[in-house]
Design a protein around this ligand. Structure first.
Ligand SMILES: Nc1ncnc2c1ncn2[C@@H]1O[C@H](COP(=O)(O)OP(=O)(O)OP(=O)(O)O)[C@@H](O)[C@H]1O
Length: 757
């Protein structure tokens, strides 16, 4: 449908219901004068993005009618056109509206009486004409002319941008960002928008560049293509850097749909220019997004600082064995040699890594380390409030689990270092104001990306001992890097790999399955129903009803929505996360009479729904991946500040969300496996079919099934499970961390060990 063919409404904006000045989003009542198709009512609610308030204006909106579950019919405006009032009363009303401060109705009437219906054109063409109107002060003249010019400019910008194919929201964003320079920038360097405006990617800018006749080999275009390829690849594939040759190939893929084609030489030269401007960092033949380069270098410098030439207070082997023996007696446990070695190494090394699959005793060893550390250094339990031992994990859920399993306070790494927010590089704790304490234990280290690792390690003081705990076979971090596996493969940090599985001995067949998958095999009993796991065969065609059936069974057996988690590798498609969540919402939290709900974009949330936090919000202490329950939805008229509120409970914490904050959450019945890292759920359902092929990897499946605490249900095609197991892309990210620390001599430990291989 062309713009001209879209339904339209022409009318005056009689009332603003809502306006967000930051992004221009406006909800308003429009008194309809003309419309096609014919509007059913005289006043219609219109939604859209406007750079300035349209109150009192006559506009033509083009877009679509939509049906809001609560507010009924609305018109979603996709483009609009302003009609500047041209006659008598309408003109007086316009000139005396709030947009012309200091101009009242009397003054407006005087202007129209003197200059006639052509007043606006006259004032714009010749601002001095206002001098002929009696009793208008110089200050008023200035306000009128400046406002008129601004309004005219912004209307022109808006029209131009919409003609260039930007929707109202993006056009509003562009105008607010560049102000008076909007057209100059958009028309001379559309590629600059990629960097400056969130929501405009290379392809959109390139479409415009083509329209504007920018040559395929223009430097600005080549640089934008190179920037796009390195940023997109680092963010989507988790690479810390890209080899220059691969970077150039990626860039050719996106640039060379227009000829003449960019040659390698030209792109390499553009890379040199980008590096000179500080837009990228180049080290030998590796290209980096600058923040990743500095994070990788910063981390390696801090690793060196923290490991080389450090002296750790020594203790005798006799004391060690004596104290450990007491613990074995107290807890009625006999530590395996591997575990003893891990405790010994942890106590005697500046830094140490403890890794192992599920049920191998990582938590048991952490507990032993904490207690032994206290005993050997003479700290009594009573000192625990001012304990010199810090415990942290990358997510809220993982920190909570760490608290539960160790019985000590554990916090998120973000909180530990006082980090301020998603875009901020600022942390309260850094090299100038380091952490305080003697021992730091970090759990779920496989989830730490290179940025967070850098921020964390620079805040660690030289005398603090560090224990890094994680499962190297799990998915790597969502953000770039593979810090845990790099540190392990560097061989420069003492490490213990726990391999004996204890939980298996206790009868956990989930643990048993996890270890089989890790070794690259499906066990023989894969399809057998066991006390803690089951497999239900299905195909791409019936996977959705099958998932629903399994979930319904859980509901029938009395499980609460918070106990059940469906984990799926993909967002899109019929069996993707988005579609499944809608279905599962109806199943786990069906509509009930009188139940409050709220709609934001395509998302309708009901009281009682489970939601997933999508971004870090350190101020409220909720983090990406945290799962919460909507405990109340309050209508605007019932709140003190007359704003709608959604109250979400995350464990013990209740957080208030306003309507616009709801973009931070999604329904949580079904989530990605990445988002579930660091969490455990009583029942986990893992559907796998060949439709997910692109995503099926061994570490993905391994991470998914190890999220199940009590019961694991697998549904789908057995060959999809085998396919995942056969695709092992461990260490598949480009990272130079291992090489950067290769020159380090191995850190001294006070005890000899043969486990640090
Ligand atoms: N030496 C041991 N002797 C007997 N039981 C042990 C020993 N070590 C650990 N266990 C038991 O094995 C189970 C798993 O141990 P633990 O929870 O420490 O493993 P984990 O590696 O932290 O597991 P996960 O990563 O899955 O949480 C626990 O019940 C624990 O008590």
């Amino acid at each position: 449908m062309t713009v001209e063919e879209m339904p339209y409404i022409t009318g005056t904006v009689s009332q603003l219901i809502f306006r967000n000045d930051e992004n221009g989003y406006t909800v308003m009542i429009v008194d309809v004068e003309q419309s096609e198709p014919k509007a059913e009512t005289h006043a219609i609610t219109v939604l859209g993005h406007f750079p300035s308030s349209p109150e009192g204006e006559l506009l033509t909106f083009r877009g679509q009618y939509t049906e809001h579950p609560k507010y009924g019919q609305q018109f979603k405006s996709e483009t609009y056109e302003k009609h500047i009032p041209r006659e008598g009363q309408a003109l007086i009303q316009y000139l005396s509206s709030e947009r012309f401060p200091k101009v009242g109705r009397k003054t407006a009437a005087m202007i129209v009486a003197h200059l006639g219906d052509a007043a606006l054109d006259q004032m714009l063409n010749d601002p001095t004409c206002l001098q002929s109107v009696p009793s208008i002060k110089a200050e008023q003249r200035k306000v009128i002319i400046e406002t008129l010019q601004q309004e005219q400019e912004s209307a022109q910008f808006m029209n131009k941008l919409m003609n260039y194919g930007f929707g109202m929201e993006l056009s509003t964003k562009i105008i607010s960002h560049y102000g008076n320079d909007t057209l100059r920038i958009v028309e001379t360097d559309p590629y600059r928008l990629v960097q400056d405006i969130d929501g405009i990617g290379f392809f959109k800018a390139d479409e415009l560049g083509t329209q504007l006749g920018i040559e395929p080999l223009d430097q600005k275009r080549l640089k934008a293509g190179l920037m796009h390829s390195i940023v997109a690849t680092s963010m989507s594939s988790g690479h810390v850097y890209l080899p220059e040759s691969e970077w150039v190939e990626e860039a050719k893929q996106i640039l060379n749909h227009r000829s003449p084609f960019a040659e390698e030489e030209q792109l390499l030269q553009a890379i040199v220019d980008l590096a000179e401007d500080g837009k990228v960092a180049v080290d030998d033949d590796r290209g980096y997004v600058p923040s990743l380069y500095f994070a990788e270098k910063g981390l390696s410098t801090n690793l060196e600082r923290l490991t080389v030439d450090r002296e750790i207070e020594s203790f005798s082997e006799d004391l060690f064995l004596q104290e450990l023996g007491k613990m074995e007696e107290r807890y009625n446990i006999s530590y395996a040699e591997q575990q003893k070695e891990a405790v010994r190494l942890a106590l005697s090394s500046p830094m140490m890594i403890l890794t192992g699959g599920p049920g191998t005793g990582k938590t048991t060893v952490i507990r032993a380390i904490v207690e032994m550390f206290q005993r050997i250094h003479g700290w009594s339990e009573d000192d625990s409030k001012k304990s010199p031992i810090l415990l942290a994990a990358p997510t809220g859920r993982a920190a909570k689990r760490m608290s539960e399993t160790t019985g000590r306070n554990a916090v998120t790494i973000h909180r530990l270092i006082g980090w301020r927010g998603d875009d901020s590089e600022f942390t309260e704790r850094d090299e100038d104001s380091p952490l305080k304490g003697e021992l730091l234990i970090i759990d779920e280290a496989s989830m730490i990306d290179i940025w967070l690792a850098n921020q964390l390690f620079k805040a660690i003081p030289a005398k603090m001992q560090v224990i890094i705990v994680g499962d190297e076979d799990q998915l790597p971090s969502v953000g770039p890097g593979q810090v845990l596996s790099d540190l392990l493969s560097s061989g420069k940090i003492p490490a213990v790999r726990l391999s004996l599985v204890y939980r298996q001995a206790e009868g956990s067949s989930i643990t048993d399955l996890a270890h089989s998958i890790k070794e690259g095999q499906l066990p023989d009993d894969f399809k057998q129903p066991l006390h803690d796991r089951a497999f239900f065969p299905g195909s791409s065609a019936n996977i959705v009803p099958l998932i629903e059936k399994v979930c319904q069974k859980a509901v029938d057996r009395g499980y609460a929505p918070r106990d059940v988690q469906v984990l799926v590798p993909m967002y899109r498609g019929e069996a993707g996360i988005t579609a499944l969540n809608e279905k599962l919402q109806d199943l786990f939290n069906p509509k009930k009479p009188g139940q409050s709900s709220i709609t934001y974009g395509d998302l309708t949330l009901r009281q009682g729904d489970m939601v997933l936090q999508l971004v870090n919000n350190p101020e409220e202490n909720v983090y990406n991946g945290d799962r919460g329950e909507i405990v109340a939805i309050r209508r605007a008229k019932d709140t003190d500040d007359k704003k709608e509120k959604v109250i979400i409970r995350f464990d013990q914490l209740e957080v208030e969300y306003e309507r616009q904050d709801l973009k931070q959450v999604m329904l949580a019945y079904c989530s990605s496996i990445h988002k579930a890292q660091g969490s455990e759920f009583p029942i986990v359902i893992v559907p796998l079919v060949m439709n997910y092929r692109r995503m099926l990897k061994r570490n993905l499946l391994y991470t998914a099934i190890t999220r199940a605490r009590d019961y694991l249900i697998m549904v789908g095609e057995e060959r999809a499970y085998s396919f995942a197991i056969d695709h092992n892309d461990h260490h598949s990210r480009y990272s130079y961390l291992t090489e950067r620390i290769a020159h380090l001599k191995e850190p001294i430990t006070n005890h000899k060990t043969d486990s640090n291989r």
